[in-house]
Design a protein around this ligand. Structure first.
Ligand SMILES: NC(=O)c1ccc[n+]([C@@H]2O[C@H](COP(=O)([O-])OP(=O)(O)OC[C@H]3O[C@@H](n4cnc5c(N)ncnc54)[C@H](O)[C@@H]3O)[C@@H](O)[C@H]2O)c1
Length: 467
């Protein structure tokens, strides 16, 4: 049996950073080095002040404090870490392709391929390569072809070990994972590699939660899990629109159906739409794979989840304009929340970006407050969409650090992220300082609608119709 002494992880992002921190924390005898080509990110991971880590996750700072400098290291020396490791995790980004064949759908595997080529050129001893990134089914085959054609006699085993953590609860998800999935070949050397990775996780997780499968099932299971989760969100969001026109309350519908043990209560919260770096990209990837195999009905079925999500963001933004007497030009609208969900500073594909973009095109003047997202990030997200020039964005949008200042003199407030602190605000004070009628659009259904109406707000809550 092979016992792992030295792990390298390529990619110090939202997955690589927290995952490796937990492995190092739980396996003190294994040296874990997380490498990245992004020098700024690595410097932030090494910052003495753990509040400056590049990823915000509850509990992450404590885990990093415990292990960093002992058996957990962050570095830009990629070759050195590859050379020394007996197990290498690849945890780089796999965004949707923005060019060429499969543009707008397929996963862009160029970062994965670059890693494989770098490993192939540097490695002098046998290594286990672990796909941690979410990849299209059969990617391991391509990796194998690149790695096995080096001609230097080094042997590689490839495992698929997709990550199921959710941002915002990553540390808890890693420490108490429902299951760990490890896909690998059923050859003798494949079995040894799988067991080596099982042994790493078995430091803190019961063996029955560590599932082993073949590589293709493992790769496909990750895409499937995300597709099912996103599908539940789009399903309840589709019903939220129906609730609004029929006078039903989507939260009551969710509660009623969620108590059915066959359905379950999770992922049934209506909202302005799902975001994050994974759901959309992974479903598009699934759609692309289905199309590649000529399975058009399968592709259309899953694509509808994305169509519904886009519709939800759009109708939320349209409703703001309609409610404000069909024009928001020159009106101050305050957006509470920019992150794609609470307890993270990640803004990728956040619904807030698309709602803001729509309102800016209507010439609204936006003020944004988010407890964990910087002004630099908000502006970068909008510039990325390329709808307007950078100058135009900067003229129309302001990012402030104080929620009360953010809401002062606003015509309307829109809640885009479900941060807990929003529930604790002095809403009477906020109402006093707004223009009247004071509109409030709760895109996360987190605020007490009755209380706000009593204060005097005109409230729209997603999924709640007038009785
Ligand atoms: N974010 C999540 O919640 C989540 C959950 C499960 C799975 N995943 C998957 O995990 C993968 C990583 O996601 P993420 O959110 O951590 O991405 P990320 O963009 O936060 O991090 C990826 C990092 O890889 C680095 N990188 C890219 N190419 C490199 C190279 N050749 N050498 C060294 N470093 C390189 C980048 O600089 C970046 O810092 C993706 O495939 C994603 O789908 C993400």
């Amino acid at each position: 049996m092979k016992s792992i002494k030295n792990i390298c992880c390529i990619g110090a992002g939202y997955v690589g950073g927290p995952t490796m921190s937990v492995i190092a924390f739980k396996c003190p005898e294994i040296k874990v080095t997380v490498v990245d080509i992004n020098e700024k990110r690595i410097a932030a991971w090494n910052d003495e002040d753990v509040s400056k880590l590049p990823v915000y996750e509850p509990g992450l700072d404590e885990v990093v404090k415990q292990a960093r400098g002992k058996n957990l290291f962050f570095s830009t020396e990629v070759d050195k870490a590859i050379d020394e490791a007996d197990m290498i995790f690849i945890s780089v980004n796999t965004p949707t392709k923005t060019y060429g064949i499969g543009k707008g759908m397929a996963a862009d595997l160029k970062y994965i391929e670059l890693c494989a080529r770098q490993i192939a050129s540097v490695a002098k001893t046998d290594k286990i390569i672990v796909e941690k990134s979410t990849l299209p089914v059969r990617t391991a085959e391509a990796l194998k072809t690149i790695l096995n054609n080096t001609g230097n006699g080094v042997k590689f085993e490839i495992l698929s070990n997709p990550e199921f953590l959710a941002e915002g609860t990553a540390i808890d998800d890693l420490l108490n994972a429902d299951r760990i999935l490890i896909g690998g070949d059923s050859t003798p050397s494949g079995e040894i590699a799988k067991q080596a990775l099982v042994d790493v996780y078995a430091h803190w997780l019961p063996k029955e939660r560590i599932l082993t499968t073949n590589v293709w099932s493992s790769e496909l299971s990750k895409l499937t899990a995300n597709a099912f989760l996103a599908q539940r969100v789009s399903s309840i969001n589709a019903l939220s629109e129906l609730c609004e026109v029929t006078g039903a309350d989507v939260n009551e519908v969710s509660r009623a159906i969620g108590t059915d043990s066959r359905i379950g209560p999770k992922f049934l919260k209506a909202s302005v739409g799902f975001g994050g770096s994974c759901f959309q990209k992974d479903i598009l990837n699934l759609v692309y794979i289905a199309k590649t195999y000529g399975l058009n009905e399968v592709a259309d079925y899953w694509e509808q989840v994305i169509i519904m999500n886009d519709h939800q963001k759009l109708r939320f933004a349209q409703n703001i304009v309609k409610s404000l007497f069909n024009t928001v030009s020159g009106k101050k609208i305050t957006m509470l929340g920019w992150a794609f969900k609470k307890d993270t500073n990640d803004t990728r594909e956040s619904a807030a970006i698309y709602v803001a973009d729509y309102l800016l095109n209507e010439m609204a003047e936006l003020t944004v407050y988010d407890p964990k997202v910087s002004e630099e990030q908000v502006l970068a997200d909008l510039d990325y969409l390329n709808s307007r020039s950078e100058n135009e964005n900067r003229k129309l949008i302001k990012v402030v650090n104080d929620p009360y200042e953010a809401c002062k003199d606003a015509h309307a407030i829109a809640v885009l992220t479900e941060w807990d602190e929003f529930k604790t605000y002095d809403w009477s004070k906020i109402h006093d300082n707004m223009l009247k009628p004071a509109f409030l659009f709760d895109g996360r259904a987190i605020l007490d609608m009755d209380k706000l109406e009593e204060i005097g707000f005109q409230v729209y809550t997603i999924g709640i119709g007038a009785e």
